[in-house]
Design a protein around this ligand. Structure first.
Ligand SMILES: Cc1ncc(COP(=O)(O)O)c(C=O)c1O
Length: 383
């Protein structure tokens, strides 16, 4: 059976070059990057080479890059360590209602510990209001955490404008850029970002690896305690092959024109939408197709069809897409993102699917998917 993968916001296939770099590394360089002998020094070289590539992709200094186990750990580290080290300065944190659970759940824990968390609203395109942020930014705010690109509807947050608002205050600015790396240009200096989280498996790199950019001036304590790896900022023996693979994935990305990539994704979106429209299917787009949006995600609502039924039928036909809520261990709990955009009782929470494209998606794959989806939707809507 054919297998067509359109769930790239959940994870991406590894690039062949990344696999090659990693297998070479695994076969030949088993050293511990902290060892002082030649075999260790070789491993250290691979780590530092990747660190340099990665740092320059976000306009950061290599010393500011801390390798972690992924987006989840980077988000937890940024949030928990800012809270722990700055609780005497203030207890107010600002975020949005549509962050990933790896931001929302640490914040929930902080609320239980007496912190005040302000959740900014979003409109029906998945965007916040800068006025609401301006009003919420009181002198006791210690952290503003806003994602770069939403993983369910693709809305791009105005990072430079948020950074400019936060910069003159005493708050730190943290960005969950897991869906942003590879889809939009990120520049920690131009955007006044203090902390930035990423994940390798969303950009055709390996799983369970990411980095946290941390402005060294913040001098935050380590979240994971142990040895002195990562300049004492993240203990644990570095996963050298995965780090080398992440470096290669970032190197490939920097050679790609992001505007061209977005144009390709936009053409894929249009292919699907045109097919559905011309067949008379009943559907609505969740979020926006234009403006500040990354086109790698297309979130669609199909009135009268349950997400579960549509996903199952598509899966049986060989198409991998996902429900409105992603990443939460295969669950189909109603999406908090769609709830924030359309209200908790909106039917869209039970009838939406997310289609997401990647660097290796082809228009033939998308055309085959559009055909199968349209047929299924017409059948299930009894048209
Ligand atoms: C926006 C966002 N943040 C964080 C994460 C978590 O990243 P990881 O899977 O590397 O832990 C994800 C994963 O889906 C994500 O989409």
């Amino acid at each position: 059976m054919q297998e067509i993968y359109l769930d790239n916001a959940a994870t991406t296939p590894m690039s062949p070059e990344v696999v090659k770099v990693m297998t070479d590394e695994m076969a030949h360089d088993f050293g511990n990057a902290s060892s002082t002998h030649a075999i260790g020094r070789k491993a250290r070289q691979a780590v530092e080479h990747a660190r340099k590539l990665i740092a320059s992709s976000i306009n950061a200094d290599p010393e500011a890059i801390i390798f972690t186990s992924g987006g989840t750990e980077s988000n937890n580290t940024a949030i928990m360590e800012v809270a722990r080290s700055r609780k005497h300065v203030g207890k107010r944190i600002i975020t949005t209602k549509i962050e990933h659970p790896s931001v929302l759940n640490p914040l929930k824990r902080l609320e239980q510990a007496g912190f005040e968390v302000i959740y900014l609203d979003v409109d029906q395109t998945g965007h916040i209001s800068l006025d609401q942020l301006r009003e919420a930014l009181t002198p006791d705010t210690i952290l503003v955490s806003v994602m770069a690109v939403n993983n369910e509807v693709g809305s791009i947050m105005p990072l430079a404008e948020i950074g400019a608002l936060v910069k003159p205050t005493q708050a730190y600015f943290h960005v969950d850029a897991v869906q942003g790396l590879g889809t939009i240009d990120l520049d920690i200096k131009a955007m006044s970002i203090d902390l930035l989280s990423t994940s390798a498996h969303k950009i055709n790199g390996p799983k369970f690896l990411g980095f946290l950019y941390e402005n060294p001036d913040l001098a935050l304590p380590s979240f994971v305690l142990g040895g002195e790896q990562e300049h004492k900022r993240r203990a644990g023996t570095e996963n050298v092959p995965a780090i080398a693979g992440f470096g290669e994935a970032v190197r490939e990305l920097t050679a790609i024109d992001k505007n061209q990539l977005q144009a390709n994704y936009q053409a894929f979106q249009q292919l699907i939408l045109e097919r559905l429209k011309s067949a008379g299917a009943d559907f609505a787009v969740n979020g926006s197709l234009t403006g500040a949006v990354s086109h790698h995600v297309l979130n669609l609502s199909f009135p009268g069809i349950s997400t579960y039924v549509l996903l199952t039928r598509l899966d049986l036909a060989g198409f991998a897409v996902s429900g409105g809520s992603a990443c939460t261990a295969g669950s189909l709990t109603p999406s908090h993102v769609l709830a924030a955009m359309y209200g908790a009782d909106s039917p869209r929470l039970g009838d939406s699917i997310r289609i997401s494209f990647g660097r290796f998606t082809t228009s033939e794959q998308v055309a085959a998917f559009a055909e199968a989806l349209t047929k299924l939707v017409l059948e299930l809507q009894s048209k």
